[in-house]
Write a protein that binds this ligand. Sequence first.
Ligand SMILES: [Mg+2]
Length: 342
Amino acid sequence: GCYSTPRAPGCQPRAQGPGCCPACPVSWLLDPRAWGSGCRPHKDPNEALVIAVTTRAIFNLEEEHQLFLTKGKEEYVKYQQVNEDKPLEQGTAFAFIQAVQFVNEKLLERNPEEKGLFDVIILSNNSPESGMRIVKSAKHHGLEISRFCFVSDEDSTQYLKSHNVKLFLSADRTDVCNALQRGVSAALIFQQEVQTPSTQLRVVFDGDAVLFSDETDRVFREKGLSGALEYERAMEAVPMGEGPLKAFAMHLGKMRKKFSQENSPIRTYLLTARSGRNMGIRALKTLREWGLAIDEAFFMDGAPKGPLLSQIQPHIFFDDGLHNIQGAQDIGIPSALVPCDC
Ligand SMILES: [Mg+2]
């Protein structure tokens, strides 16, 4: 299970001030600062926007993963122990987590008592003995991770609900599908080259089968474009169903509303293949019905999304189309696939 649950003797997770936590087991090292002075209080999991990432999503562990697959667990653990002090390189979701941390700083500048912060958990199939390298890497990179969960071979997604996770990013397709089936917003991360974007957190959502349900996609597959257009016309007054990323987008939107348009450290985008003329109205009506404010919406009418993405330079781009994901990866945009065929 998760290492944050059992409390070791003498371990004070809420302790503040110099020297708190250093004697605690791995998982109680609440954030990098917990090693020394200035420990921060534990974030309130009921008010925080909890994001869980797996180690292979946030760090580049491709070589190590290959070793695990070819040589087995024992060799892998040995390798990770020997290289414990060698920090792991940044993975695809790293910049996103860093940007989330930047938003936290802005939230605390605005209100030092703010409880609605991002809270990042690292979920890992590593055992605690091979996990030390991960904890040390997080510290090395200055990542503020509240909990490290080393869950060995189990289905790690069983802990998502109890940790109140609102977004789960993993490099394992089965993990992502399990999370989606549990009703948690989730997406699949691939190892890729990433350009370092701006500090402002920028998140781009696709529409159909990501923010919205895949109802119109299904009509399109069955009846073609004219069928889909006819369906949209008939359904214009009816809001679209909820897609797998809707819940996360709503929480992000709530956080976004704390800031004004000009000084927001968060910017959200809708980037959909829909045409604005024929299929835009229903999408916009749905957002309004949900009360989800998106900063910018682009209706591409089937045109490639790459050029706009390279202009926006988001920290993460969610899409259910593999061709869109690949196009984004080619230009260094951190991309997350929302599988629609789990
Ligand atoms: Mg789509």
